[in-house]
Design a protein around this ligand. Structure first.
Ligand code: ASP
Ligand code: SER
Ligand code: ZN
Length: 565
């Protein structure tokens, strides 16, 4: 095991370096170099997993047994043992991510938009025909991926079966210290906990959009058209706040305006995020972080702009890669990404196989729990906001927050419902697109703004499908972050209403957080959760508590409206 860990650690550095260069300079050559590095790491891991099979059933010290378990789960894309098939799979998956990164929609021959531009326009345009056009244009990026995706699923499933899993989806669901079926039941339980809150929000938003766009564009009793929610995937809806008919200036302040007024540039946004962690006692980021990170989209080359955080050498070479715009959601994103870096640094003393989040939802939740603490009081403390808004700004603020945090929940839940069924074969290639929209209708209550067919492959227009990044982690994170946030608030001695809590500057909260983070994945995640929160279960009561005043308000507004679609 010792030898295996040191070999895997070495290989991971090569994969990271090649992956970093590929994502930052997408060319045929960097794509090939990255595929080679990944292929070698996959080959070695596969071989080690096979060799480890001979120890199955042996009684071992718990730490060692855990390492064997994590080794077997460590590939996101398990591959066939046959080198030709393995290489084919790696090539396919590398090309899918690169195609996503290069994706563009040309509305005219000289007007080509990348995803950063499309997100910006879809976030601010209120013109239904422009929105529909951009929506259709971006989804076209998925279509050419379809055949390769089908092949990827076949090959990866073969790899999963060769190491003893039913399929790749079942393998992903095995990473939560419980059986795959228990895990499915667990997230269904969490979804049922938050579903009423989502329905209240959906009903309200639909009614207000219907007033704004007219009943023929947004029927008040059906699903909401997916192009009208301020985001290409209808996953976070904060951008449509201005359309919801709230009194002007009611929310007290607009973070985008505050950032622009200061003014804060992209690097400055990252500095604010670092400063928050430092205020809680975390060490500042290394100088190399500032030299090697990518903060804005370069003008002259293709880059995978989807935000990510990197730990290149499993030591101190931390970086983020983001194409920042100066606006509120990107301010949250930098906190999100630094959460990854702070976690990576906190567990760097763990052995290689434990250098990971307690589960992958934890990793996604760290920075977001800090972002929740960006309250008016915090903004005033750091000199971004002159005057605290009055208490009647609470509902508008909570609504804005819910448009991102609550609207996301069924989206986060749905993506892997689709993918697990794709991997298991319950959804066949001939139904990929239909099944995608069936699920999105069922859980999110949204519908495509025009007819779709099996010539389309809309899932490929979402980064995590093209890049094969598991997604249910974000559903977990959007619940866990409130659980973490509530615990950090208590640790900081805060006793007021949850939505107004900040723990900026609290060394006590920082120390407690650090205690959980430094454990990495060395223990089953309930142990880690308990260290911070005293609870051993993932639990939506914190997010419900946070939004309780809003839900009450929404339900008053919704009187007489049909709930659901
Ligand atoms: N914030 C982005 C997302 O979650 C990227 C990340 O995971 O770091 O997809
Ligand atoms: N960062 C994730 C995404 O972009 C979840 O918000 O989908
Ligand atoms: Zn993340």
């Amino acid at each position: 095991m010792k030898r295996a860990e040191s070999r895997l650690s070495e290989l991971s550095v090569q994969v990271n370096r090649a992956g970093w260069v590929e994502d930052n300079f997408i060319t045929d050559d960097t794509e090939a170099l990255s595929a080679d590095a990944q292929d070698q790491a996959t080959a070695v891991t596969t071989e080690l997993v096979e060799q480890a099979a001979r120890f199955e059933g042996l009684k071992m010290p718990p730490d060692l047994a855990r390492k064997f378990m994590l080794l077997r789960l460590s590939l996101t894309a398990p591959a066939p043992k046959d080198p030709a098939l393995r290489k084919e799979m790696t090539k396919v998956s590398t090309s899918l991510e690169a195609d996503y990164g290069k994706g563009k929609y040309c509305r005219k021959p000289d007007d080509c938009l990348d995803i950063t531009a499309i997100e910006r326009i879809m976030g601010s345009s209120h013109d239904p025909s422009e929105l529909k056009d951009l929506w259709a244009g971006w989804n076209q990026v998925g279509a050419p991926m379809r055949d390769r995706y089908v092949r990827f699923v076949q090959l990866s499933n073969q790899g999963a079966r060769e190491i003893g899993f039913r399929d790749t989806g079942a393998m992903w669901r095995s990473g939560y210290d419980m059986t795959p079926d228990e895990f499915s039941a667990e997230i269904e339980r969490l979804w049922q906990q938050v579903r009423p809150l989502y329905l209240s929000l959906h009903t309200f938003v639909r009614a207000r959009l219907s007033q704004h766009y007219g009943r023929d564009v947004v029927p008040p009793d059906g699903p909401i058209p997916a192009d009208l929610l301020g985001n290409p995937w209808a996953q976070e809806w904060g951008n449509i706040y201005p359309l919801l008919g709230m009194p002007a200036k009611s929310s007290g302040y607009d973070l985008t305006e505050l950032l622009k007024a200061k003014p804060v540039d992209p690097r400055g946004m990252v500095k604010y995020a670092e400063n928050f962690f430092v205020s809680m006692g975390f060490p500042p980021l290394p100088q190399t972080f500032w030299e090697r990170s990518l903060f804005t989209k370069p003008a002259d080359r293709d880059v995978v702009c989807h935000a990510s955080a990197w730990d290149i050498d499993n030591q101190d070479d931390l970086r983020i890669k983001v194409c920042l715009q100066v606006r509120d959601v990107d301010f949250v994103t930098v906190h999100h990404e630094l959460g990854h870096n702070m976690y990576q640094r906190a567990y760097e003393k763990q052995p290689f196989l434990f250098e990971n989040g307690a589960n992958d939802g934890f990793h996604e939740a760290i920075g977001d729990s800090i972002a929740l603490a960006i309250t008016p009081e915090y903004l005033q403390k750091v000199g971004l906001l002159a005057q605290l808004p009055s208490a009647d700004a609470d509902i508008p603020q909570l609504l804005k927050q819910a448009l991102d945090r609550v609207a996301f929940l069924p989206f986060g839940f749905t993506i892997d419902q689709w993918r697990w069924k794709v991997f298991s074969g319950e959804i066949q290639p001939a139904d990929y697109n239909q099944a995608w929209w069936d699920l999105r209708l069922k859980y999110q209550g949204i519908a495509p703004p025009m007819a779709r067919s099996e010539r389309d492959f809309d899932p490929g227009a979402k980064y995590h499908i093209a890049a094969n990044v598991p997604y249910v982690r974000y559903f977990l994170a959007y619940i866990l972050e409130f659980q973490f946030y509530r615990a950090l608030c208590h640790e900081a001695g805060y006793t007021g209403p949850l939505n107004r809590c900040t723990f900026f500057g609290s060394k006590e909260a920082g120390a407690k957080f650090e205690k959980m983070l430094e454990m990495g994945q060395s223990k089953p995640w309930p142990d880690a959760l308990e260290v911070l929160t005293g609870q051993r279960q993932m639990d939506a009561s914190a997010i419900l508590e946070y939004f309780a005043p809003l839900q009450k308000w929404l339900d008053e507004q919704n009187k007489g409206q049909k709930v659901g679609w």
